[in-house]
Design a binder for this molecule. Structure first.
Ligand code: SDX
Length: 428
């Protein structure tokens, strides 16, 4: 395998180094392209063929349906680890020992208060506000109450910002849900596990004792792990590019939440449930929706299907589909939507249009069915995605800052008007 690539242009040859990653992925390093060719750049809308960075956090192989966090398979982590352990692994690169995990959790617990003034900002939103918009705003507003988290020139300052957001973000998630339900904005119980405390903050009813349901906590923990990180997806790339201006962790995360909100990205889990409910209302007529998804004149897409990288099953979708059966069975829930989803999946996997385009179920296709069984409202599904993706975003932001990466600033090819003389208003 050559370690150089040659470009021939206008009768001249230019050589560029080819770099190889630890999983034998190859990239042409074009850092010197514009200077050495007198102005040539590359263009690649959607960055389908363009790498933005080297990273040691997550590896995925779209053809083989492989996903690993720091070298550990998603199957192992979902089965054998808990979410806080995986958060530590993603951020610091190694699975923590008991002492490290305990210290990490204690440091987070120390930061779990949110300034009471933040409740006034939350109060200013109408109940109809989409939780992702609320959460992006509250995450940015947190900066005003935690100014020391902006200028993180040392690893200690970085750690301080990281444990603060890992502590406060779940409170904002819980308060966002409770505001929608007209419930008092309370805290959970710091003596509980990280995910159990989140669940208690979200669902404890006033005046009632919180009853822990192991099945629910385990399912939630697994779903959060499965959403932990996914290399340079749209929202993570947003976090990295906003962070590259040194805007600070919370500002970068707020931007990432907004990017995740889109229905082509994390917003798909809400769109999947709405699509399945529409099919159910339509008498379960999946054929009509398959036809719409294939009709080029119809903007409708089969939500939860297809992926920029996976051209095979999304390994997370396999795990979530199995978990959906288990959780609904354990909770004794008969949800016809699950059967509609399975029918739609079967149809799509046998349909030439989908087979030709290698469109398989992705992480969003079944996740909403479990969230619904856990009592999470549909418009909070993408918030749960953000909660799971938080350690991934943090790890990617930390890697970018520790690597001292330059500010992200892509070039363009201008296709507008050439230079022209100004025309005075009364002459136009
Ligand atoms: C996530 O990047 C990540 O890692 C994201 C994520 C993460 O963990 O961060 O995995 C999370 O965002 C998962 C994806 C959730 N989105 C959806 O489920 C929305 C539905 N899916 C699509 O919109 C689409 O598949 C994307 C956006 C996910 C990927 O789109 P691409 O890579 O830009 O592919 P494309 O739009 O160029 O599609 C290629 C072809 C096109 O047809 P042709 O022009 O070749 O005829 O496939 C078709 C598309 O029309 N197609 C679909 C389809 N997805 C692609 N047709 C019908 N239904 C679909 N869902």
């Amino acid at each position: 395998m050559s370690d150089k690539a040659t470009l021939e242009y206008n009768g001249q040859k230019y050589e560029f180094p080819v770099i190889k990653g630890s999983e034998d992925e190859l990239a042409i390093d074009i850092k010197t392209l514009r200077a050495s060719t007198g102005g040539l750049i590359t263009i690649d809308p959607g960055y389908k063929n363009t790498g933005s960075c080297t990273s040691a956090i997550t590896f995925l192989d779209g053809e083989k349906g492989i996903l690993r966090y720091r070298g550990y398979s998603i199957e192992d982590l979902a089965e054998k680890a808990d979410f806080l352990e995986v958060a530590y692994l993603l951020i610091f690169g190694e699975l923590p020992d008991k002492e490290q995990l305990q210290k990490f959790h204690n440091d987070i617990r120390e930061e779990s208060h949110v300034d009471e003034e933040m409740k006034k900002i939350l109060d200013s939103f109408p109940k109809s506000a989409h939780p992702m918009g609320v959460l992006s705003s509250l995450t940015s507003a947190l900066i005003a109450f935690n100014p020391s988290t902006v200028d993180v020139s040392s690893e200690a300052a970085m750690y301080h910002a990281i444990v603060r957001i890992l502590a406060k973000f779940p409170v904002l998630v819980a308060w966002t849900l409770r505001k929608k339900k007209g419930l008092p904005l309370e805290y959970g119980d710091d003596t509980l596990g990280y995910v159990e405390n989140i669940h208690k903050m979200m669902f404890r009813r006033p005046g009632k004792t919180y009853e822990k349901n192991e099945i629910v906590i385990e399912a939630l923990d697994k779903l959060l792990i499965l959403h932990g990180d996914h290399e340079q997806n749209c929202s993570t790339s947003t976090v990295r590019i906003v962070g590259s201006s040194h805007a600070g962790l919370f500002a970068s995360l707020s931007a990432g939440i907004s990017a995740l909100w889109g229905p082509l990205h994390g917003g798909a889990n809400q769109a999947v449930l709405e699509m399945l409910e529409a099919i159910q209302a339509d008498g379960g007529d999946t054929k009509k929706y398959m036809a719409k998804a294939k009709d080029k004149n119809d903007p409708f897409r089969l939500m939860g299907f297809g992926h920029r990288v996976y051209k095979n099953f999304d390994p997370r979708a396999r795990i979530i589909k199995k978990a959906a059966d288990e959780v609904l069975g354990d909770l004794g829930i008969e949800d016809p939507i699950l059967e509609i989803a399975k029918g739609l999946e079967k149809e799509a996997l046998e349909d030439q249009y989908f087979v030709d385009r290698k469109l398989y179920p992705n992480v969003d296709f079944y996740s909403g069915i479990i969230y619904r069984a856990l009592g999470i409202p549909t418009d909070m599904f993408t918030v749960m995605f953000a909660l799971g993706r938080l350690p991934g975003w943090i790890s990617q932001w930390r890697e970018m800052r520790l690597n001292g990466e330059p500010i992200g600033r892509p070039r363009q090819i201008y296709i507008g008007e050439n230079h022209r003389p100004f025309v005075a208003l009364d002459a136009r």
